[in-house]
Write a protein that binds this ligand. Sequence first.
Ligand code: 5GP
Length: 179
Amino acid sequence: MAPTTDLRVLIGRERIAARVQELGAEIARDFAGQEILLVGILKGAAVFLADLARAIPLHASFDFMAVTSYGRKSQSSGVVRLLKDLNEDIAGKNVVLVEDILDTGLTLSYIRDLLLDRQPARLRIAVLLDKTSRRQVPLRADYTGFEIPDEFVVGYGLDYAEKYRNLGDVCVLALPPGK
Ligand code: 5GP
């Protein structure tokens, strides 16, 4: 990828790796002796899920959902359309929902309610990043990597127009005016 001056490292790869190990250990402690199902929200959570899964010394299977939210640009409406549902039935299972970033909370609270309707044994939420100052609905993740300020970030799975997902660090992207 061509170097760009529009990117500033916010959280470097070593800090991410260390924190992901801690989160994995916490999850393993909370679900000791049990199996878990990691549910990733595509595409942003794919990188985080891949690393987190390897930091959890339990039997862990994966499944993925893809969603799109309406009205994000001007105002997040909280109405989410399911583009891809889970392959597995989650009734009676220990589910850890894995997301890249918690912003207004609208998307994740919609997904959480959808999954709770399917009656998992337990449902926990893990997010790499949390912009707490942006929250519109009261939602807290059970496992949070880092709280970050209200800046647009890319890397480690997060994109801008499908770019930058493969950056190893979480970086602040200076967006052109009006974006
Ligand atoms: P929420 O419903 O919590 O407002 O939306 C969360 C979603 O918005 C995330 O899954 C992500 O797709 C997107 N999002 C929020 N903040 C950022 C950001 O700083 N960078 C990127 N790339 N996506 C973001």
